[in-house]
Design a protein around this ligand. Structure first.
Ligand SMILES: C[S@@+](CC[C@H](N)C(=O)[O-])C[C@H]1O[C@@H](n2cnc3c(N)ncnc32)[C@H](O)[C@@H]1O
Length: 300
């Protein structure tokens, strides 16, 4: 197994500033990962600040626990997806000053071939962020209809040859079921007759399957209004997205919050990483950061 890289938090300085880190404030980090942004928030906020760190990946949460150990008495861990974490916190009457969503997968998840997220190494076609979830990427590829697979590749991967690939996946599984990432990668190379180049031809396919297995866009749509509801007046909701579909949902939802006076946009355009950061951390290149501040309820 490859040794996982540690995850570099994207645009940490800008994100912590947008979150309004200050003494005594509480952050709900809905996608804690290795705890990089939570750590940056606690360090910047100073005395009495606290974090509720959520992740649907139990292994990621263990990493966050280790990283955040110096602040252990001010950190609470919650296992679950963003929507279920928010529902639990709401029941407990939590009101936060800041909420963060840093979407997608972490470097650790990508680097562990056994998790099946990466096309660079061979592993099982798994791709579940939460390993207690039933459906894996192999299940999806082996059972979904050709039409469903076409939609997944087109909507989540922007794959121009979605229909051709979906048809080839279904034909192939009739002879031999899908099991491994290496097998999928080779198959896509053969069908699209492309190899090499800057972006591997299977990149879009892997991204689309991951987003479908983890219902990423559905959860995002549901989490944003639930997060706004949990903010104290003036509290900040910040989202880092890496995919045009994600950013569109965030942009449209935040506009709707602003139009209905429920929140104020923190910037009209998304924040982008500096060139220095893009060079230092290639994962940051597609990042877009948007934020809103909750308006007091009686003002709406
Ligand atoms: C990009 S990483 C976050 C990295 C983190 N900000 C850091 O600095 O270490 C995304 C993490 O969010 C988790 N995740 C993605 N979507 C989620 C969701 N809807 N609910 C909860 N966790 C999610 C993934 O399991 C992963 O660990």
């Amino acid at each position: 197994m490859d040794a996982p890289r540690s995850h570099i938090p994207v645009m940490a300085g800008e994100v912590v500033e947008l979150l309004g880190a200050a003494p005594g404030r509480q952050l709900i980090d809905l996608t804690a990962g290795a705890g990089g942004h939570s750590m940056a928030f606690l360090e910047a906020a100073g005395a009495g600040a606290s974090v509720i760190a959520c992740d649907r990946d139990a292994e990621a949460l263990s990493l966050a626990e280790v990283r955040l150990a110096p602040f252990a008495e001010r950190v609470q861990l919650e296992h679950g997806d963003s929507v279920s974490c928010l529902a639990r916190l709401r029941k407990r009457g939590v009101r936060a000053d800041a909420i963060l969503l840093d979407l997608g997968v972490s470097s650790m998840q990508l680097d562990e071939s056994v998790r099946g997220f990466s096309l660079r190494t061979d592993g099982p076609l798994d791709m579940r962020m939460d390993r207690s979830q039933a459906r894996t990427a192999a299940d999806l590829l082996n059972r979904a209809s050709e039409e469903e697979l076409t939609n997944i590749l087109r909507d989540f991967g922007d794959e121009p040859r979605a229909a051709k690939l979906a048809q080839s996946f279904v034909e192939r599984r009739e002879r031999r079921p899908w099991r491994s990432t290496g097998d999928l990668r080779t198959h896509v190379e053969t069908v699209l007759r492309r190899r090499g180049g800057k972006i591997h031809p299977a990149t879009r396919v892997f991204q689309a399957l991951r987003m479908a297995v983890n219902a990423e866009l559905d959860l995002l749509r549901e989490a944003l209004p639930a997060a706004l509801d949990l903010l104290a007046p003036g509290g900040r909701l910040v989202v880092i997205s890496f995919h045009s579909g994600e950013d569109r949902i965030v942009k449209e939802t935040f506009r709707a919050f602003a139009d209905t006076q429920r929140a104020e946009l923190l910037s009209r355009k998304p924040l982008r990483p500096t060139l220095t950061e893009q060079r230092r951390n290639t994962r940051s290149r597609s990042a877009r950061v948007r934020g809103v501040a909750a308006r007091p309820r009686d003002a709406s």
